[in-house]
Design a protein around this ligand. Structure first.
Ligand code: ZN
Ligand code: ZN
Length: 365
């Protein structure tokens, strides 16, 4: 579901980049998984603030969000790594290096969340659709079962940091802890990496998933497929997959919530005399009655012919805006008929014309 990223970070819409960063740091530290072990709410909040910052710190994404209230995604239905992990590392790289995170890399951790943009038609949004999507993602390596180590071999304790993952350097009065350069903070060394995944523990793979899009879904809504993101690291849980639904523009209908609208070109006699015309609905055509004396711009509605309510009974309406089309050329017979019509109606003015004449009289005496 689209959320207000400014609200999540608790900043005004005018917030500058440093203000955003400050707000993000504060919240991310408060909800960081390392400080809230096993607290699912904190973890969700952490993801939420990370996502919000990920969007608002990117000028392009922020502009898109300001304009449309949604996150613009890669065009053409690709997938993007929402990148909570890397974002976190960017900002906190130096922050925790002196703390207790010495063996971060060797510890089990969550796989990345992924986002997939799925384009569907308005008809599919109306009926609901079950479709298959191909998701490229990282999965635990089957050969080493995600450990990254060749079978029969084991991780060795790093001799440089003696397994602590960090080294301390003294500058004058100050002792600074830094991640161990040999093991990159893992505290362990992989001397015999699994040849299949080159020690990563995970491999690129594609997975075919079935997604059920509920009837009535709106453009920009996201479905969360729990555990269908990238596989976890060192046996950690998999991330989630977010399917962002985009609805293609329709040839005829514009959508406003559960209502549909279209412009219906009509001729003057149809408005004046009334008519029955065939109009499109999402699943075919139906007859629409134009009452005599209808006005251009008037919207005629067909009850229940709009979009279904999401996870609720009932449908919205389909509205047809009457667009008067005046002939640009007249044949002799039409001309004659119209002149006769004009001659017959000279003394009669409609309420709009009469009111206008009144106003002119007032103005010019
Ligand atoms: Zn492997
Ligand atoms: Zn080391």
């Amino acid at each position: 579901m689209p959320r207000d990223y400014y609200e999540i970070l608790g900043v005004p819409r005018s917030a500058t980049d440093p203000e955003l960063k400050k707000a993000y740091r504060q919240l991310a530290m408060q909800f960081h998984p390392d400080r809230n072990r096993g607290d699912k709410d904190a973890e969700d909040r952490f993801k939420e603030v990370s996502e919000a910052y990920g969007v608002l710190s990117d000028p392009e994404k922020r502009a898109h969000f300001d304009r449309f209230g949604t996150v613009g995604s890669t065009a053409g239905g690709g997938f993007t790594d929402t990148g909570f992990g890397t974002l976190f590392e960017d900002i906190f790289e130096n922050f925790f290096s002196g703390g207790s995170r010495s063996s971060r890399r060797s510890r089990a951790s969550h796989g990345e969340d992924l986002q997939y943009e799925l384009k569907i038609t308005l008809e599919e949004a109306a009926s609901g659709v079950e479709t298959k999507i191909q998701i490229p993602r990282l999965e635990p390596c089957g050969v080493c079962r995600g450990t990254g180590v060749e079978s029969g071999s084991q991780l060795e304790t790093c001799d440089f940091c003696r397994g602590r993952g960090e080294v301390r350097r003294t500058h004058g009065f100050l002792t600074v802890a830094q991640p161990c350069p040999k093991c990159q903070g893992a505290g362990q060394l992989n001397r015999r990496p699994c040849p299949s995944c080159r020690g990563e523990g995970r491999q690129r793979s594609e997975r075919l998933l079935s997604v059920k899009i509920p009837a009535g879904i709106e453009d920009g809504m996201q479905l969360r497929l729990s555990g269908e993101g990238s596989g976890g690291i060192n046996g950690g849980p998999a991330g989630d997959l977010y399917v962002l639904v985009r609805i293609r523009e329709h040839e005829i209908f514009a959508r406003d919530g559960v209502d549909l609208y279209c412009d219906l070109p009509v001729a003057f006699p149809q408005l004046a005399l009334g008519a029955e015309v065939e109009v499109p609905v999402l699943d075919g055509t139906v007859k629409l009655r134009i009452p005599p004396g209808s006005q251009p711009g008037q919207v005629l509605k067909l009850k229940g012919k709009g979009m279904p309510h999401l996870r609720q009974r009932g449908h919205g309406d389909a509205g047809y805006r009457l667009i008067l089309e005046v002939p640009q050329k007249l044949n002799a017979k039409q001309r004659e008929a119209l002149l006769a019509f004009e001659a017959a109606s000279k003394q009669e003015r409609g309420p709009l014309a009469l009111a206008f004449l009144e106003r002119m009289k007032k103005l010019f005496g």
